[in-house]
Write a protein that binds this ligand. Structure first.
Ligand SMILES: NC(=O)C1=CN([C@@H]2O[C@H](COP(=O)(O)OP(=O)(O)OC[C@H]3O[C@@H](n4cnc5c(N)ncnc54)[C@H](OP(=O)(O)O)[C@@H]3O)[C@@H](O)[C@H]2O)C=CC1
Ligand SMILES: N[C@@H](CC=O)C(=O)O
Length: 361
């Protein structure tokens, strides 16, 4: 029997017209760039881009904002960075919902999320620095949310895999997280799923960077910092008030490469090769493979780092950028609830941002 192609079911729009949404986009890199592409698709027709910025320039001119080469233009023209002017552009728009989208890795911008929420803007973010940073920032964020601010954070864990939404739903039903374990980094998953010693680790890292999987500075991935942030976001959402100093983090970045500029670090990636080859060889000799795992135990002890696992371990059977989140809860206690799938990349992450924006109303 031959396969029959069917058309996607037509979703009936509800009677009530959905609200227009005015949007400011901070960050036009890998994720921000993919989001700009999604803005041109029919599902985004009620979104109105009123401002966009990179680290140095910004644009609020309507004609410029619709230019296909907006990202390139922003690199050479536009006004100097000024958050106040971007917020004014949101204020001036007729849309009922006004959203700041943070597609940067800037700690400085993340530190403003709670203030923006308190001022009545919604925030949708791929930036994990606030929710996964210092506990004081997390608490300020919870206070702003409790006061009515809506915070779209799906992209911060698993690049939009339904992890945070699932965890919150379980908790809303009175379930409690007991333990959490898995592979929370798309780039480290990509690296260790492929690394068999035949190509230098540094070459694979260069590939991961080109594909848009790594953080702007890949040391944020290799140091375990990005994984620790995701672990903190999940743990805090489940009620564990963990501080950043309560996660044991095992870094893969040698001492000599820790204090360099990003550019200087990228020039010296080959220095990662020898230590990683030695770890790989030692694991191989024991019939094991390397995986960068995150773990939270029942007593709230958290650790992220490189671990040797047997070939039968669930984390040994991942592909590409797969993330894996195994949640043991009061009700999922015999077998964990496992969420798995691609955990990095421009399209999936931008889609997570779009989904959070559309969910605002
Ligand atoms: N890549 C991925 O797969 C995923 C990424 N994320 C998160 O998304 C965020 C962005 O990642 P990615 O797109 O890969 O990174 P990129 O380095 O590609 O892009 C970062 C962008 O942020 C801009 N930027 C930095 N500081 C500021 C600032 N103060 N104001 C405005 N813009 C600023 C940069 O400007 P300039 O161009 O001038 O440097 C650049 O355009 C990170 O927080 C990351 O953790 C989350 C899930 C998955
Ligand atoms: N650099 C991150 C991107 C998503 O958060 C990762 O590798 O997982």
């Amino acid at each position: 029997m031959s396969a029959v192609l069917v058309e996607a079911p037509v979703r009936k729009s509800p009677e009530i017209a959905k609200a227009d949404i005015a949007v400011v986009l901070l960050g036009t890199g890998v994720v921000g760039g993919a989001f700009l592409k999604l803005l041109c698709t029919p599902v985004a027709k009620r979104l109105h881009l009123v401002g966009a910025a990179n680290s140095r320039k910004q644009q609020t001119d309507a004609a410029q904002l619709t230019a296909r080469d907006l990202r390139e233009r922003l690199k050479r023209e536009g006004a100097a960075r000024d958050d106040a002017a971007l917020l004014s552009a949101l204020d001036a728009h007729h849309a009922e919902l006004k959203v700041v989208i943070d597609a940067t890795a800037s700690g400085e911008l993340a530190a403003r999320h709670a203030e923006w929420l308190a001022r009545g803007y919604h925030v949708v973010t791929a930036n994990k620095s606030l929710a996964g940073g210092h506990l004081a920032g997390w608490r300020a964020l919870q206070a702003a949310r409790a006061a009515g601010g809506r915070y779209g954070d799906s992209a911060t864990v698993g690049a939009g895999l339904p992890v945070l939404s699932t965890l919150r739903r379980l908790c809303d039903c009175g379930d409690s997280l007991l333990t959490l374990e898995g592979v929370f980094s798309g780039s480290l998953s990509y690296l260790f799923n492929q690394y068999d010693g035949s190509r230098p680790f540094s070459a694979l890292l260069r590939d991961a960077r080109k594909l848009g999987y790594t953080e702007p500075d890949p040391r944020a991935d290799l140091s375990g910092e990005d994984v620790a942030r995701k672990l903190l976001i999940l743990a805090r959402n489940a009620g564990f008030a963990l501080g950043t100093d309560e996660v044991v983090v095992e870094s893969l970045v040698p001492e000599a490469l820790r204090d360099l500029s990003t550019e200087a670090f990228l020039d010296r990636l080959e220095e990662l090769d020898e230590p990683l080859a030695a770890l790989h060889e030692a694991a191989r000799a024991r019939g094991q493979v390397l995986r960068f795992l995150a773990r939270l135990n029942q007593r709230g002890r958290a650790r992220v780092g490189i671990t040797e696992v047997p070939l039968t371990h669930p984390a040994a059977r991942l592909y590409g950028t797969d993330n894996q989140f195994a949640l043991t809860t009061t009700r999922y206690h015999t077998q964990p609830l496992v969420i798995q799938g691609p955990g990095a990349g421009p399209e999936v992450t931008a889609q997570a941002l779009l989904g959070d924006v559309l969910a605002l109303g």
